[in-house]
Design a protein around this ligand. Sequence first.
Ligand SMILES: NC(=O)c1ccc[n+]([C@@H]2O[C@H](COP(=O)([O-])OP(=O)(O)OC[C@H]3O[C@@H](n4cnc5c(N)ncnc54)[C@H](O)[C@@H]3O)[C@@H](O)[C@H]2O)c1
Length: 462
Amino acid sequence: MSNKARFTRNILCIGAGYVGGPTMAMIAARCPQYRVTVVDVNPGRIDAWNTDQLPIYEPGLLEVVKIARGRNLFFSTEIERGIGEAEVIFVSVNTPTKTFGAGAGKAADLQYWEKTARDIIRVAQSDKIIVEKSTLPVRTARAMERILDANDKGIHCEVLSNPEFLAEGTAVNDLDHPDRVLIGSHETETGIGARDVLVEIYANWVPRERILTSNVWSAELSKLAANAFLAQRISSINSISALCEKTEANVNEVGRAIGMDSRIGNRFLRASVGFGGSCFKKDILNLVYICETYGLHEVATYWESVVAINDYQKRRFVQTMLRVMFNTIAGKRITLFGFAFKADTGDTRESPAIDVARKLVEEQAHVVITDPQALQNAEKDLAGCRSQVTFTEDPYKAAAGAHAIAVMTEWELYKALDYQRIFDGMEKPAFIFDGRNILDHRELHEMGFNVFPLGEAALKHF
Ligand SMILES: NC(=O)c1ccc[n+]([C@@H]2O[C@H](COP(=O)([O-])OP(=O)(O)OC[C@H]3O[C@@H](n4cnc5c(N)ncnc54)[C@H](O)[C@@H]3O)[C@@H](O)[C@H]2O)c1
């Protein structure tokens, strides 16, 4: 039987990363009637998607991939072939912060995105629905349409915005049971037709009332705004954590009290060493840049302060370490528990652990890093200071002989370690800096540790 006969739709995704891989695996697993192909310029990534050693660590993802791989889910480097065959093309390439030229350090670098538009129109022989999955500046669809419309083949590409709201670490559940799916389209006949196709795809498993439709610009902006709001909550509670440390208030108690206000809600109210991940900082700075280009300077400054507080929190964390360890950490062994930017992922992009490790190295400490999933990425992130950094998967080995431990990632396993054994093997006085407030501070103090939580009184023996 030909593919055309077997499958009712041919879907392509360009970009096999943290978004493209899991989203397409979910569509394929939930919709066996569609053929779903994921392509990427990186052959190593594609090879990994075709094995059981997936290129990203995400709980439950391998099981979902295995449902569909080889049945109606395919990973390939044949981009042109994929474009030629597909009717719906998701684009989930990376859109990092620009590092050069106008807008460097803030604006989104759209070169990968634009290249895919040019690839599509060069190869396409029929009309396509192009779905923006990457996070993009508001009004990017207009630029995309200009490139796609500049063809003399009589082909029409309808651009939809369908931003992805999954969170790494919980991606499978987020995709299976999304709070909402957002689809932005033009209010034209072709726009509405394309929107209905995408609604139909998601409606295979997402309740219809959770599929929101809007205009394209609202959809593009909603993604930037959602990330800005989430990051803002983290910076808000982190700013309060600094005040708590000065006033003997306890940030956990404050967070609980304000979170029970139903207008505020209790999520994203935990103090930490700071937010990380590839998206929050990049997307806020992108929002800041867009505001600046529209002359909205006060709005730009407001959102930029969310990033400034995050940088302050990381700086403050290291300053505390330095201050309480007698103003010198040169030659001291300091162990970082965790390097991923959050638990249940191996992703270290923009992880606060990177900045903390680099600052400790600047102070000439010897930094030991342990993490159950992120060591490979950590080694790349710290390639410039390898002589002062050691990596080990075993947290007990990592902590042996250390002067201090700093918890960087809220991995469950760090809650259940034998801290008495760890304490016995450490240099004294032994310090713990809990950058995620996940440990039992009182118990650690009773064992003999000097404990420095975030946003609450330190428990010291001196
Ligand atoms: N990571 C997240 O949690 C998350 C969540 C929501 C949205 N997003 C957004 O989704 C987008 C992708 O993020 P990601 O984390 O998956 O990035 P990623 O870097 O993991 O993956 C992007 C992939 O695109 C590939 N690529 C780049 N240019 C290409 C081209 N011209 N042709 C084919 N493949 C190409 C790269 O090789 C890479 O494998 C970004 O815009 C990001 O902001 C990310």
